[in-house]
Ligand binder design. Sequence first.
Ligand code: ADP
Ligand code: MG
Length: 293
Amino acid sequence: ATPTALMVGTGRGAQLGILIKGPEVLESTRRVNTVVLDKTGTVTTGRMTLHAVHTAAGTGEQELLRLAGALEHASEHPVAQAVATAAAERTGTLPGVADFTAVPGLGVRGAVEGHTVLVGREALLAQEAITLPAELAGAKAAAEDEGRTAVVVAWDGAARGVLAVADAVKETSGEAVAELRRLGLRPILLTGDNRRVAESVARAVGIDEVIAEVLPQGKVDVVRRLRAEGRTVAMVGDGVNDAAALATADLGLAMGTGTDAAIEASDLTLVRGDLRVAADAIRLSRRTLATIK
Ligand code: ADP
Ligand code: MG
């Protein structure tokens, strides 16, 4: 490809809402045959809202929301924002947090009002040998069957409740997946979230291959494995937890609405966060390179 044609392609990309790191990026885009899609914030809006609160026997809803909300107030995760916002609305000013730590892909931990509080996946609680009582496990499974992300709240060594948050599939995601298929790409949904939630989102947008409950390093491993199988892989993501996988893919595409870490790790940025533009990017590069032979 001549530098001039690639520069023209780059300019056309800007008009479509695609920021391209360098003209050479278009060359690798052309060979892509597999597209790995992050779920939260990529296929879904990532603007979550608290949908339901389930408490363990002996725990009050207000207390659960106050402690969980205080902790989540310190986190940037979409789940955290939903929990902190609802907790502030329903319980008033949230207490402060000490010793806050985020465990990527699992949840958060910190001290609130003298309690050691955990909010996140069941696997986070398992690290401290905390198990879910049957009534909470049932509430969690029921929420997940309805496509909701359910996180567990624990403090002082015991599970205290389950919070179900709801996210919505972006209106354009189904069409985007159909377009990616028309370009001959194989779409795969990849997420740290629960399998049942992931499958419900996949069904809604027409994806039949789902890899769920993976940690950020697991996302990198999935991309590596696909490349080792001889596939040329594009990855689309928005989160801090996607950055390493975006950098590992043959082509990394970041949502412009996502985190700086994802944008920096990527070759292309889809400025408006519209997944259909991922298909535009691949079409553009194929065309650009076809005209220069
Ligand atoms: P995704 O791959 O869908 O973007 P993440 O890897 O960011 O998801 O997170 C995976 C899961 O870890 C979430 O679905 C949630 O259950 C849990 N999690 C991560 N961060 C938090 C947090 N701050 N609060 C509660 N749960 C969290
Ligand atoms: Mg995400």
